[in-house]
Design a protein around this ligand. Structure first.
Ligand SMILES: NC(=O)c1ccc[n+]([C@@H]2O[C@H](COP(=O)([O-])OP(=O)(O)OC[C@H]3O[C@@H](n4cnc5c(N)ncnc54)[C@H](OP(=O)(O)O)[C@@H]3O)[C@@H](O)[C@H]2O)c1
Length: 340
């Protein structure tokens, strides 16, 4: 049992926030002190049922909580006075609005991929730039798609060399719990080229030469990436497979074993009996990997709600100086989460 655990707050208990809270609770060197809601929703009740102390992010909404009979432990400001670090999981672009509050409270803060890199100043991926963020006050964990790109591309950069990446992101329309937005029956190209994903990858793998395009399709399960990489030298399918087999948080599936689409990947994740049937690893079709000369082709799938969760844990460790070595932190996180 570790004494002096890092004290963590979650501001914004939604899709990402509730998962980070549960992941922190599984670690022995950090603990959740409280989580926030703005409204007395079913998620507020779920947080209390899980044993989390609930705080309100918008004090003016206290009467709503009182009317709903939901007890709160105080306001976000009260919570910030009790923690070392806050993981801001509020909706995209809202997080940086809280920066002054965090600065005044003298707490470290992690922001999510919906915030712009320039507004936070630092971005994080556990494999590619953990050490750069040791001791930092404000860091952004890159988005689910950028995390997916970094997980498979960084080992190629490190061990083989990458001349150029061409990546197409086929993006899920919304998360499964969202009944408000679409598209329901259309495919929507992102007409701005490059899509934001390529430039975003450069925030965690500086110098990478990448072109990216994106489309949104009517599915909620996962994103899918279609990627072509010009390597710096000729390689082989076996060499690349060997590299990814030894890369944390990359999992192979095979079409030949019936995993033909994101539907079967999500079925596999249910079979794994993890919390919420999440799949934190990036999923690469092993029989879809092909190297011809110096050109690599592959497909990968991203469980958007969960791939960034272990990254948030490693980011807490780096920022709070709990561990110097990224691989040691990744192993510790993954063991606590029951990942391969
Ligand atoms: N979902 C994904 O696929 C995904 C993947 C990677 C990264 N991200 C990023 O993670 C961040 C959070 O996304 P999400 O998907 O978790 O969003 P979400 O499900 O909408 O959760 C955000 C939560 O923040 C709360 N909130 C709203 N306004 C707030 C405020 N002013 N102060 C405190 N809490 C507030 C909302 O709850 P109440 O208002 O009910 O309290 C909501 O449940 C975004 O930057 C997003 O881009 C999302």
């Amino acid at each position: 049992m570790i004494e002096n655990k890092v004290k963590v707050a979650i501001n914004g208990y939604g899709s990402i926030g509730k998962r980070v809270a549960d992941a922190v609770s599984r670690q022995d060197d950090m603990e959740i002190v409280g989580v926030t809601k703005t409204r007395p929703t079913f998620e507020a009740r779920s947080a209390i049922a899980k044993g989390y102390d609930l705080y309100i992010a918008l004090p003016e909404n206290l009467p709503l909580f009182q009317q709903a009979g939901i007890e709160v432990n105080g306001t976000l400001d009260d919570l910030l006075g009790k923690v070392d670090i806050v993981v801001d999981c509020t909706p995209g672009k809202k997080g940086v609005e809280n920066m002054d509050k965090y600065r005044k409270a003298n707490v470290k803060a992690i922001f999510q991929g919906g915030e712009k890199h320039d507004k936070v100043g630092r971005s994080f991926n556990a494999l590619s730039n953990y050490k750069d963020n040791i001791g930092a006050q404000f860091v952004r964990v890159v988005s689910c798609n950028t995390t997916g790109l970094a997980r498979t591309i960084f080992p190629l950069v490190r061990d083989i060399g990458v001349a150029k990446v061409y990546a197409t992101m086929i993006r899920r329309a919304v998360d499964p719990n969202d009944s408000k937005k679409g598209p329901v029956n259309a495919i929507v190209p992102e007409l701005k080229v490059p899509s934001h994903h390529g430039p975003d990858l450069k925030t965690v793998i500086p110098g990478i030469d990448i072109d990216s395009m994106a489309v949104v399709v009517p599915t909620t399960l996962m994103h899918l990436h279609s990627i072509v990489v010009k390597l710096s030298r000729p390689s082989s399918t076996e060499e690349v497979k060997g590299l990814w087999r030894n890369t944390p948080r990359v999992r192979f599936v095979k079409g030949s074993e019936g995993v033909e689409s994101t539907a079967q990947i999500m079925e596999l994740s249910k079979d794994l009996n993890r919390d919420r049937a999440d799949l934190n690893e990036i999923v690469v079709w092993e029989d879809g990997i092909q190297v011809t000369g110096d050109t690599l082709y592959y497909f990968q799938a991203i469980h958007q709600e969960s791939d960034v969760i272990p990254e948030n844990i490693d980011c807490i460790r780096a920022m709070c100086g709990l561990m110097e070595d990224n691989i040691a932190s990744i192993r510790k996180t993954d063991a606590a989460l029951g990942l391969i």
